[in-house]
Design a binder for this molecule. Structure first.
Ligand code: 3PG
Length: 306
């Protein structure tokens, strides 16, 4: 009987776990749970006898792959797969998939949650500002970026986007203004929402000159990845511009210093929270379970990323 491990350091909502269990068991497979683990050793032990793994941001490196001698497939229940050593997986003939779009609405909603909380002065009762008519720049127009644009329309924002890979026409079809570069986006928009993945090209790409080019009252919202921000530059821009704000659900390495020095201009959550809704957990978890069953039983490789 094929064994599927659900390994989530940050657990899914119980309703999502029971949906995953149903799909795996109806397919005649066994579900093994490793939730909220604290040591890598627990993961190394748990992978030993399994054929498939469902993970979130859990790290699957060469050591984990070496311990998983029966492994055939890993599904990242979510979008970004920078936490998986793809080359090592490919070398061991392990298929890697993600579940694109399944948690995108949850992440997009959190962007606006953080924005409103911040521009209403952390709900302290003093007079704040509104989103209506503000220029919003969306960096990367994938599943999350598109959802951010959809919600921003409801707020009456003036919406711009730049994506190095999506055509301007795709962006324009949504009634969003397509710009030609990240530089142009940052120069024009008071609010920037980041949705680029962490890759060798994007690491530290949100640098001092981009941040400093933003108009007065600049706000950057990062629900993407910690690695895309040049944190030295982030510390510098906070020191140089007293109008600059940074809101994120991914703790930067300089969290303690920003929190102490700029409590009104910096908001960060202790754990990545964008995809932490029951709906997103159900969508991504069920998709992952179905993809595993379909791969093991039928060889379906849709959503393969390696
Ligand atoms: C993703 O890449 O899907 C999001 O960053 C969510 O990650 P999480 O599943 O670790 O919350």
């Amino acid at each position: 009987m094929a064994k599927v491990l659900l390994a989530t350091d940050k657990p899914f909502a119980p309703v999502a776990v029971s949906g995953i269990r149903d799909i795996i068991e109806v397919a005649g497979m066994e579900l093994v749970l490793l939730e909220k683990y604290t040591e890598k050793k627990q993961l190394l032990d748990a992978v030993k006898t399994v054929d498939a793994i469902i993970i979130r941001s859990d790290i699957i490196d060469e050591e984990v792959l070496n311990a998983a001698s029966r492994l055939k497939i890993i599904v990242r229940a979510g979008a970004g797969y920078d936490n998986i050593d793809l080359d090592a997986a490919t070398a061991r003939n392990v298929c890697v998939m993600n579940t694109p779009g399944q948690n995108a609405n949850a992440v997009a909603e959190l962007v606006f949650g953080m924005l409103i909380y911040n521009i209403r002065n952390n709900f302290n009762g003093t007079s704040g500002t509104e989103l209506k008519d503000k220029k919003l720049g969306i960096l990367a127009y994938g599943n999350v970026g598109r959802n951010v644009a959809r919600i921003a329309k409801g707020f009456g924002m003036d919406i711009y986007a730049y994506d190095a890979f999506a055509s301007a026409q795709i962006i324009a079809n949504d009634g969003v203004k397509a710009l030609d570069s990240a530089e142009e986006l940052f120069r024009n928009c008071q609010i920037i929402s980041l949705h680029i993945p962490a890759t060798t090209q994007t690491r530290n790409s949100i640098n001092y000159s981009l941040m400093n080019s933003m108009p007065k009252g600049a706000i950057i919202v990062n629900t993407a990845r910690k690695e895309i921000i040049d944190e030295k530059a982030l510390a510098q821009i906070f020191a140089d511009r007293n109008d600059f704000k940074y809101l994120t659900d991914i703790l930067p390495g300089i969290d303690a210093e920003l929190k102490a020095a700029y409590p009104d201009r910096y908001l960060a959550m202790p754990k990545k929270t964008g995809a932490q809704t029951a709906e997103a957990n159900i969508n991504a978890g069920i998709a992952a379970a179905k993809q595993i069953v379909d791969y093991i039983l039928n060889g379906n490789q849709q959503f393969r990323v390696n």
